[in-house]
Every structure is written in C-alpha cells, then in structure tokens.
Design a protein around this ligand. Structure first.
Ligand code: GRG
Length: 298
C-alpha cells in the first residue's frame, strides 16, 4: 500500500472496530465459547466489511463514525467470521489454516467450532436488536438490519455457499451460475456493509441503490482477485488454505475463464465500482481503498 492517507484511515477504522468488538465480546460463562469466538474474530482479519460500513456512513453524513454505526458494522464482521469458521470445517472446505493460523476447529474441536459460528450469528442478531432499541426503533436502522440478515441468508451468502457446495467436485458449465454464486457468496455481505452505512447516514433510496451497486461490483472484483491470488500467489507464505480440498475442486472465474480473462473481469467490475463511487468520494479514500483491494498482491 503506497498511500499513507489510506493507511492512516485503515488504522483509524480498524482500531475503532477492534475496540468495539472487544467490548461486544466480553467473556462470560461458559468461557470456552467466548474463547472460540474471540479466537477467530481477533485472528488478524482486514476488517474490510466494517470499514466499508464506517466509510459509507462518514462519506454520506460528514460525521465521524460513532456508536450509531459501530454496532451494525461489528455485527457484519461477526457474520463474516462465522461464515469463515463454518467454511473451514471438515464438512465444507476442510481447511487447517486461515490467516496463517490454525482454523477454529483445529484449535477447539469441531463441536465448539460449529457452536462458535452459530454463537457469532446469534450475537450479531442480538446486537442489531439492542441497537434498534437504543435508537428508538429508527426505521432506517430497522431497514439496515433487515438488509444485513437477508444478504447473509438463503438469498445471499448462504445461497451462494449452497451453489458452491452442490457443485463441489464438478465443473460448473453455466457462466451465469458461476456469477450468481460469487454475487451471493461474497458480494452481498460487502453490499450490505455499504448499504447499512448509507442507511444509518439517512441516505435516500437512490443513494442506497448506488451504494448497493458499488458493493456488488467491488465484491465481485475482490473475490475474483482473491481467486487469482490463490493460483498465482504463494499460499503457504500468505497463510491461506492448505489447497487440499480448496483449489482443485473449486469453481472460480479463474478455473472457468483462465487467469487473463479473470483479471479482465477484475478490471471491468472495478471500473464499474469506481464510476459509481467517484461522485460521492469527497476525500478520495473510497477510490484509494477500491484500487488497493483489487490490485492487492496478497
Ligand atoms: C458457511 C454459511 C457459510 C458461508 C460461507 C463467505 C463464505 C461463505 C465462505 C468463505 C470462503 C470464501 C472463499 C469467501 C469468499 C469471500 C472472501 C474472499 C472471504 C475472505 O474475506 P477477507 O479477505 O477475509 O475479507 P479477512 O481474513 O480479511 O477477514
């Protein structure tokens, strides 16, 4: 990353998110479940989704992110973390490493890992209900929470994962199914992050739709870049999957179109994302973040 302005923003936002997550996940009894939840939440994730939520809010409200947006931003990160814990399980990708560390089930066993994932999803719902109540049932906050849970459910992330699972081990021959899988599995939670920030800022429906569209294209470009890095990157060095069940069985834009064409998709989706966000981005951070995510080397 060569922009110190972006680096500074990411540091500022990550610290805010981390402090808030720490408060939200205060240890109670039984301790083991909190340990397992906290292990994956504090395992070194980039905090991309909560940062997008904060940035969307700050861009549209001209205010610094505070409690009013941090609760839902952190709820999104908890849902993201639960999906990674479950995705790594032996019944799914069967991965032993994530972010360079042993996966949740390797450390805590399968039963606790399943429960930790469930507990994070449950905690996200609890946080959203508390947040809505604290804010006098503001209709925008209710709409944000509804969007988040829909985007992570069967019409979104879980639906995308189901397409992935039922096609595992065989080649997807229909490009539109592949697109639908990526859109649901990855983009919709990223969309939700942008949309939730926009709702909390009080944006109108037209702006909400633009932020939704931005998140969609950013998510697609981000996922395809991730798949390219899985093939061309040194997966051991960057601490991603073992590659065991992951790479050869996966249906991705790279396995379907090849690296070059996949990179063209990254370019075209990211240009679409940039075109939308440019008109809202007064500080330039959104543009820098988009560029950074889709050009990253690890
Ligand atoms: C198990 C319900 C269920 C869903 C799983 C999200 C997902 C669906 C699976 C995770 C594996 C995967 C390939 C997800 C695609 C999105 C993606 C690139 C996730 C990694 O996101 P980053 O890079 O992760 O933001 P960090 O580690 O930074 O938090």
């Amino acid at each position: 990353m060569n922009s110190s302005r972006l680096a500074e923003y990411l540091k500022y936002a990550q610290e805010k998110v981390d402090r808030h997550l720490d408060r939200l996940l205060e240890k109670r009894s039984p301790e083991i479940i909190y340990e397992a939840m906290r292990y994956s939440v504090f395992a070194g994730g980039k905090r991309l989704r909560p940062i997008l939520c904060l940035l969307s809010y700050e861009t549209l409200s001209d205010k610094e992110a505070d409690e009013s947006v941090l609760d839902i931003a952190c709820a999104i990160e908890l849902i993201h973390t639960y999906s990674l814990i479950h995705d790594d399980l032996p019944a799914m990708d069967n991965d032993v490493l994530r972010r360079g560390k042993p996966t949740n089930h390797v450390v805590f066993g399968e039963a606790i890992a399943i429960l930790a994932g469930d507990a994070l999803l449950n905690k996200a719902a609890e946080i959203c209900f508390e947040w809505i109540l604290k804010n006098n049932a503001n209709i925008n906050f209710i709409k944000a929470a509804r969007y988040l849970f829909k985007a992570s459910g069967t019409e979104g992330m879980i639906g995308g994962q189901v397409i992935d699972v039922v096609n595992s081990g065989k080649e997807i021959e229909d490009g539109s199914l592949l697109y639908e899988m990526h859109l649901k599995k990855t983009s919709m939670l990223i969309q939700a992050a942008c949309v939730c920030g926009a709702y909390v800022a009080g944006a109108n429906q037209q702006i909400i739709s633009q932020f939704e569209e931005y998140g969609k294209y950013l998510g697609l470009a981000f996922q395809i870049r991730d798949d390219i890095l899985d093939i061309i990157g040194d997966s051991e060095k960057i601490g991603k999957s073992t590659g065991k069940d992951a790479i050869e069985k996966k249906n991705t834009f790279v396995t379907y179109y090849g690296v070059e064409k996949a990179q063209e998709y990254v370019r075209s989706f990211s240009q679409k994302a940039l075109k939308i966000i440019e008109r809202y981005d007064k500080t330039g951070i959104f543009i820098e973040l988009t560029d950074y995510l889709i050009n990253r080397e690890k």
